[in-house]
Design a protein around this ligand. Structure first.
Ligand SMILES: *[C@@H]1O[C@H](CO)[C@@H](O)[C@H](O)[C@H]1NC(C)=O
Ligand SMILES: *[C@@H]1O[C@H](CO)[C@@H](O)[C@H](O)[C@H]1NC(C)=O
Ligand SMILES: *[C@@H]1O[C@H](CO)[C@@H](O)[C@H](O)[C@H]1NC(C)=O
Length: 391
């Protein structure tokens, strides 16, 4: 190839890069509404239609994708929980490289989660040295792997082995992480629970509200088959509204609050098929789903399969802007397109920053029973409608 040709190709390549919409360096990435997509990466181990890899992600439906989870190591540093998925299978690099085609996309890494417990985090956050070690490791880790930020999922300060001092230490931890990562414009979000008694006893809102970029409100699991003696709705809007109000009243600015929506059902076994209302007795969790393999839990696509196959035996009821269905001595509490629409609209109407879906691998990501990514695409439809209405 001659020098002129090379130069010509270079110019064309540059023209292409700057000319095409998504590749443009000066693309305005400012979004009115945030759509946070959590990915539970253990879904790579699911079989057949449950198998979920980064190739199944549709980045056009998310403003932020959260890789869940990393954990806390013995030396107070952030660490892999599954280096096979994260590194060997390329989970980290696959995800962060989605930004080559979607430059406005943010990819962040969640640290913590339910299975990590609370006590390790309590011990780490107890000393300034511990907090500093952790924050430094977070900076190194997320920049090394190309993430845009960290999502702190300590579940939860002061509980599950934590101590009262966790509240102050959590606030200091958040502050330290923010100071450490902000020169590089990396983001810090936190995931918080529906238990509003933790406001002011585990979360010192006045000191964290300005530090965090967003607060991911886990507005689901209001009732859980593992602990309940009776059926209960997982995400009733009346309860969600109370939770949102409590966090807002505590001082979280609405635009920083992100409303959680579940892409899964909680499932119970009824004592008796004739008693199938909310609050009726159960023996415990229903059988695990074929692909997700967790008692009391069904991915949205697993639920759709059962509702379709067993439609003659199942009865579905919409109440409190969520759904339940019963039959075969089983009782499911779940979301539909309609209830996801209502919840997303509720978030927008109240000026919240956006919504998050837990988790995209549980949605009907292949479109086996409806639109591809039935629930996530419903969220996007509502967000886009809201946008065009305002124009
Ligand atoms: C990363 O991408 C490769 C190539 O498409 C794929 O084989 C692999 O499963 C992906 N890894 C994960 C964890 O999704
Ligand atoms: C961080 O953001 C500020 C303000 O937008 C910008 O001026 C600065 O260049 C950014 N720094 C980096 C390292 O991206
Ligand atoms: C959505 O639209 C409503 C008006 O219908 C507006 O008040 C609100 O700010 C919008 N929300 C977002 C996040 O765009």
């Amino acid at each position: 190839m001659s020098g002129t040709q090379t130069k010509m190709r270079l110019i064309l390549a540059i023209a292409f890069l700057f000319g095409s919409g998504v590749h443009s360096a000066d693309t305005d990435c400012k979004r009115d509404t945030i759509v946070v997509c959590y990915w539970g990466t253990w879904s790579v181990y699911r079989e057949d239609i449950g198998h979920f890899t980064t190739n199944d992600i549709d980045p056009s439906l998310c403003t932020t994708i959260v890789y869940s989870f990393a954990g806390l190591g013995l030396n107070f540093e952030i660490t892999n929980l599954d280096s096979w998925t994260d590194i060997d299978l390329g989970g980290f690099s696959n995800l962060t490289s989605l930004k080559e085609d979607y430059p406005c996309l943010k990819t962040t890494l969640a640290v913590g989660g339910w299975n990590e417990g609370s006590i390790k985090y309590s011990v780490m956050a107890y000393t300034e040295e511990g907090r500093k070690t952790f924050a430094d490791s977070v900076l190194k880790f997320i920049t090394y792997y190309g993430f845009d930020g960290i999502d702190l999922d300590w579940e939860y300060p002061t509980t599950r082995g934590g101590i009262p001092e966790d509240m102050q230490n959590f606030a200091s931890l958040v502050e330290t992480i923010k100071q450490t990562i902000s020169p590089w414009n990396l983001t810090l979000t936190i995931a918080v629970p529906i238990d509003t008694s933790l406001i002011g006893s585990a979360y010192d809102i006045p000191s964290v509200k300005d530090t965090v970029d967003h607060v991911h409100l886990m507005t689901y699991d209001y009732s859980l088959p593992s602990t309940a003696l009776v059926t209960g709705l997982s995400a009733p809007l009346s309860a969600i509204k109370e939770t949102v109000s409590a966090w807002l009243e505590a001082g979280i600015p609405p635009e920083k609050l992100i409303l959680g929506i579940p892409a899964y059902a909680r499932t119970y076994t009824l004592v008796d098929d004739d008693h199938h209302d909310v609050g009726d007795p159960v023996t415990g969790a229903a059988e695990a789903g074929e692909y997700t393999q967790e008692a009391g839990f069904l991915a949205y696509y697993e639920l759709q399969q059962i509702l379709q196959d067993e439609f003659q035996k199942m009865t579905a009821v919409q109440t409190d802007d969520t759904n339940y269905a019963y039959g075969n001595e089983e009782w499911f509490t779940y979301e539909t397109e309609t209830t996801v629409r209502t919840k997303t609209q509720y978030a927008l109407d109240n000026g919240l920053g956006g919504v998050m879906l837990w988790s995209i691998d549980n949605d009907d990501f292949q479109g086996l029973y409806g639109d591809k990514y039935t629930l996530l695409s419903t969220i996007n439809k509502v967000v886009n409608e809201n946008k065009s209405r305002r124009k």
